[in-house]
Design a protein around this ligand. Structure first.
Ligand SMILES: [Zn+2]
Length: 194
């Protein structure tokens, strides 16, 4: 049976950090939250991965209804013009895709699109020497796949027809040094069937 906890050290730390953040903001500017509470004006939609702290669904299965609606909301309502798709080195989801036959249940369904990408490029991925290189290469290919899928979403193409061009680009976050590497996918031919 799942144990339900009301709180844990991690949760308490988050609440404490939030409280500290809010207190510091108010101390410097007592109207800080008043000034931002009615503005929701982000410039960039960042699509990442849960083990590097952002939503995993989109980076694995970006054409499922939840992910699609999140992107559509960002594009049509928040007026986003830039979407950053960010994979990262040492990604757990990518490692699982490389070891797909040992993955079971919902995780297997979730990982399947990445596994399909691996199957397609298995020859070149398997020719790499280390596991680390294999994981990072598949991470890059998966980012490329997601960029391609986003560019093929119906509302996205509609938006382009109406003259609103949204820039979608892919990056790889190197967890060893915190650097974001631009994969220059905004110039990619997206019709390569990834
Ligand atoms: Zn990850």
């Amino acid at each position: 049976m799942t144990k339900i906890v009301e709180s844990s050290d991690n949760m308490d730390n988050l609440i404490e950090s939030n409280s500290h953040f809010a207190f510091e903001k108010m101390r410097k500017n007592k109207d800080y939250f008043k000034s931002i509470e009615n503005t929701q004006d982000p410039k960039v939609l960042w699509i990442g991965c849960s083990d590097s702290r952002t939503s995993p669904e989109i980076l694995t299965n970006c054409d499922d209804p939840n992910s699609k609606s999140a992107i559509q909301y960002a594009v049509e309502h928040l007026k986003i013009y830039d979407i950053m798709v960010v994979g990262h080195t040492g990604c757990g989801a990518i490692k699982a895709a490389l070891d797909y036959k040992h993955v079971e249940g919902d995780v297997a369904t979730w990982i399947k699109p990445i596994y399909n990408t691996y199957k397609r490029y298995s020859k070149e991925i398997n020719s790499l020497k280390t596991d680390e290189e294999k994981v990072n290469e598949l991470s890059k290919l998966n980012v490329k796949r997601v960029v391609s899928v986003i560019n093929h979403l119906d509302f996205f193409k509609e938006s382009a027809k109406k003259g609103k061009h949204i820039n979608v680009n892919g990056y790889l976050l190197d967890l060893h040094n915190g650097q974001l590497k631009n994969l220059h996918l905004n110039k990619t031919n997206f019709h390569d069937g990834l």
